[in-house]
Design a protein around this ligand. Structure first.
Ligand code: SF4
Length: 639
């Protein structure tokens, strides 16, 4: 057991003043103080992750090697009474994309770690054998996990709570992470997942099964508690009055599935976008019948989680976390499946085995299209008929992916690599950007949103630039089909999200808030007020500062990828999206004009148009001179 020196050394209110470095190779736990520059320039959460990974991870590092690192962090607002700031941000180099990755989940883990006395964790090295880390305030212990290796998250949580504390909170991996499924995820004890990009495989390669934590206090010291309380009251009022609160609270993200289909999203049949018969089953009045409980993360009144109960058919008896919108799509519409019960069971396997539902479903839709085209046959599918619409086949394929069995072993590599392995023209049907499977929006039906898929530093993610202008019409409606002004709009939303994620805020909390104010600056006013009242740091007082930090983070993430060799050629979406017009309304006839949109975007960003890499001028303007110097040294800075 390692005993760390006493807590309370924080220089700033709100923070605990300690980041825990876990060296798995040497079973050493060391605390370090986050430097004032790190705190002031990057705030916390995604900002900490981006900066520490840039500083500590050498370019060219194999993400599955002992040299790779994982940074986990949260916010000075985590564990306070502020709503929806208790997220866990996980930053690493992805074994799926080969680039920078940031993955986010909810639950209670981040708050418990904060109460235990930490602002973040850096994981490095590789344990000799399966290991879990038990954290109880200052005590950090590396323990043998051989007996739970091979277990699902539910079993692991039960066993490790028995060995530590019944109320401890856990972040861990399931069998998929152990088997290095390239899109294996991390899962909390309450099945919230930093889901995308393969963080679970990075932990698996490090022989790290779980981190489990219990704190003995519940305190966070604030700079101005009275001002803070008033702002929390305002935030709560905003939530209660927001027009978006009720839908999230009643149905969770699944409430939008049918509506988004009518907007041209929820793309069907591996983005072929043919009309999906029986799409009505995704309407809220059908979903409502399954809901038996509302659940949420620490300190969040939105409570967007739902438990569904299945009472009939082959899956009767299941009670599990409902499939989110993305999962209703990934195991549903994109596979032509409208069997909600099979979708729930596929989700259950992913949560327990630790698999990203988006990538898994997208990989299955890809395999179904290859089967339809005769590129693969039953000889290669272990005898399964991969017919569109067969929910039972989806369930079986998810299990095979999680355990790397048969065809599942190939799909577990992700669609890009799977297509390369299969060959015979399969590449054409792999729907990804930078090897990350595209999620549940069609770039052809929302051009700024699609531009964020193409340019995202983590690949085809909806969370990096979810375009509330195009999709929800807030703060104002923007024509989703036009290309005009979309470079600037994509940049604005990416920086906005990176800005509030530097404070550890939840995207759904963000939508509920911006939906109320109809004004992003007003939302930043609230967040910067909370940050200042919590920490007393002068810079955080100014809402404009969040925009600057957002842009700084986004550029640093870009620089990380540039250092790894990414350029304009990697800002890409598949040929189907670029060339094949959408066949169904309302986006009928639309294609995605990649080159035109990219030029516009790089201009808006102040990046080099030829390479898509930030210029020295831009980097210096936002306080990243040293980053420019390093890129120049490596010959990566545009001339
Ligand atoms: S909105 Fe949902 S995901 Fe976000 S913090 Fe609240 S309960 Fe968690």
């Amino acid at each position: 057991m390692t005993h760390l020196s006493s807590t309370g050394s924080s220089k700033f209110y709100g923070y605990k003043g300690k980041i825990l470095r876990l060296d798995l190779t040497n079973k050493k736990a060391v605390k370090m103080e986050p430097s004032p520059e790190l705190v002031r320039n990057f705030i916390s959460a995604r900002g900490f992750g981006a900066k520490i990974l840039w500083d500590e991870m050498k370019p060219g590092t194999d993400p599955l090697s002992p040299e790779s690192k994982v940074v986990i962090s949260w916010s000075p607002l985590t564990g306070t009474t502020a709503q929806s700031f208790h997220r866990v941000f996980v930053v690493f180099k992805s074994p799926l994309t080969g680039g920078y990755f940031r993955s986010v989940g909810g639950g209670f883990f981040a708050a418990e770690m904060k109460f235990a006395g930490y602002d973040g964790i850096i994981i490095e090295g590789r344990a000799e054998k399966p290991t879990y880390v038990w954290i109880h305030d200052d005590e950090v212990e590396f323990r043998d996990a051989t007996h739970v290796w091979g277990m699902t998250i539910d079993g692991t949580t039960e066993f490790l709570r028995d060995e530590t504390d019944k109320e401890a909170r856990l972040l861990g991996i399931g069998p998929a992470g152990e088997r290095l499924v390239r899109f294996a995820c991390l899962v909390t004890d309450d099945y919230r997942t930093p889901g995308r990009g393969g963080g679970g495989a990075v932990w698996g390669a490090k022989n790290l099964k779980a981190i489990i934590v219990k704190a003995s206090s519940r305190e966070v010291e604030l700079f101005n508690p009275d001002a803070f309380d008033k702002l929390v009251e305002e935030q709560t009022n905003v939530y209660m009055k927001s027009p978006l609160f009720e839908s999230f609270n009643k149905f969770g993200t699944g409430g939008v599935t049918y509506n988004f289909y009518t907007l041209g999203h929820n793309p069907t049949y591996n983005f072929k976008q043919i009309e999906l018969e029986n799409i009505e089953v995704f309407k809220t009045e059908v979903q409502e019948k399954y809901i038996v409980k509302h659940t949420g993360c620490y300190g969040c009144k939105i409570s967007c989680g739902k438990k569904w109960k299945l009472t009939k058919g082959p899956y009767a008896g299941y009670v599990w976390d409902f499939p989110e919108y993305e999962t209703q799509w990934s195991f549903g519409s994109t596979c032509g499946v409208t069997n909600l019960e099979a979708i729930l069971v596929a989700n259950n396997i992913c949560d327990r085995y630790g698999v990203d539902t988006i990538s898994a479903g997208a990989a299955i839709a890809f395999a179904m299209e290859l089967y339809e085209k005769g590129i693969i046959t039953e000889k290669e599918t272990d005898g399964l008929k991969l017919r569109w619409g067969d929910g039972d086949v989806v369930v079986e394929l998810v299990r095979k992916i999680a355990l790397r069995e048969g065809i599942g072993n190939i799909l577990a590599e992700g669609t890009k690599r799977a297509a390369e392995i299969i060959g015979r023209g399969a590449e054409k049907y792999a729907m990804h950007a930078k090897a990350l499977e595209l999620p549940a929006y069609d770039p052809r039906a929302a051009k700024a949103h699609g531009l964020s898929y193409a340019t995202s530093n983590i690949g085809g993610s909806h969370m990096i630039g979810w375009n509330h202008y195009e999709i929800l019409g807030v703060p104002k409606k923007v024509d989703p089909f036009t290309t005009e002004g979309k470079g600037e709009l994509a940049k604005r939303v990416q920086d906005f999200i990176a800005g509030y994620e530097s404070a550890g805020f939840c995207a759904f909390g963000g939508l509920v808030t911006v939906g109320y104010y109809n004004d992003e600056d007003k939302m930043f006013e609230l967040i910067s007020g909370l940050l200042y009242a919590a920490t007393g740091i002068e810079e955080f007082k100014n809402p404009k500062y969040l925009w600057l930090v957002g842009e700084r983070i986004y550029n640093l993430e870009r620089a990380f990828n540039a250092r790894e060799g990414f350029t304009r050629k990697d800002d890409w979406v598949p040929e189907r999206i670029q060339k094949v017009p959408v066949p169904r309304p309302p986006a009928k006839g639309q294609i995605f004009e990649l080159d035109k949109l990219l030029d516009d975007y790089y201009k808006a960003r102040g990046w080099d148009i030829k390479t898509g890499i930030p210029t020295r001028r831009k980097l210096e303007e936002i306080g990243l001179k040293q980053v420019a110097d390093e890129l120049e040294k490596l010959g990566k800075l545009p001339s």
